[in-house]
Design a protein around this ligand. Structure first.
Ligand SMILES: C[S@@+](CC[C@H](N)C(=O)[O-])C[C@H]1O[C@@H](n2cnc3c(N)ncnc32)[C@H](O)[C@@H]1O
Length: 206
């Protein structure tokens, strides 16, 4: 009885926020992480860059949050991915059409930037309010992502890392690089996010 009530409340929350279909999209994010992404996007608003969008689950929750932010008309979510399933255990496949179908409802807020993260960053020219890194989790790749994207972070912006709980690469880059410029840190079991002092990163020496 209690379980059915909980499940009903969960479904109701998704439905009332227009995220019922998004809640069914394949992802490794937990419910708590999905809602945390939506909450941060709603509170912060502005320009969000997501590195690693896969088939769109996290993008839908971020976009839903942005759509409720003050000044939502100027909000934008840039989704960066090769959409070739790079570094994914399930193997190579083209995930772009799945992404487009799953995120259709939020297409007015989303701009796709297809390519390798560091190459896309070299063409990017905007200040970022929220950076969500969820691409390749190897140490070298996370470090390259951080050096490529952190120079765009505004003062008091938010940097979010998924798979902090198990991916050594993610953990090490946070310890070595992110903590130096973090004003405030929040640790969930498998997601880490920090409020940034400002962009203090130089180009990578790696
Ligand atoms: C874990 S999935 C992202 C999951 C997504 N954030 C979600 O929760 O719905 C990682 C994605 O990163 C992409 N990726 C891996 N390395 C990349 C790179 N160097 N540049 C761009 N995308 C990359 C993969 O193609 C894959 O779609």
């Amino acid at each position: 009885m209690l379980n059915s009530l909980r499940s009903f409340r969960k479904s109701l929350r998704y439905a009332t926020q227009g995220l019922w279909k998004a809640s069914k999209v394949q992802t490794h994010l937990t419910e708590e992480e999905k809602w945390q992404l939506a909450t941060l996007a709603e509170r912060k608003g502005g320009v969000v860059v997501e590195v690693g969008s896969y088939v769109g689950a996290s993008a839908c929750f971020i976009a839903a949050g942005l759509s409720r932010s003050t000044n939502a008309r100027n909000a934008k979510l840039y989704c960066v991915d090769t959409w070739k399933n790079d570094a994914m255990t399930e193997g190579a496949r083209d995930t772009f059409s799945d992404f487009m179908t799953n995120t259709q409802k939020f297409s007015h807020l989303i701009q796709t930037m297809r390519g390798r993260s560091s190459e896309v960053a070299s063409q990017f020219h905007q200040d970022i309010d929220i950076l969500f890194l969820d691409g390749d989790h190897s140490y070298e790749a996370v470090k390259a992502d951080w050096y490529a994207w952190s120079p765009f972070l505004k003062e008091n912006s938010i940097a979010i890392f998924h798979d902090f709980g198990w991916a050594t690469g993610v953990k090490t880059v946070i310890e070595e690089e992110v903590k130096k410029v973090a004003r405030e840190e929040h640790i969930m079991p498998n997601m880490y996010w920090a409020v940034m002092e400002g962009s203090k990163q130089q180009s990578c020496q790696c």
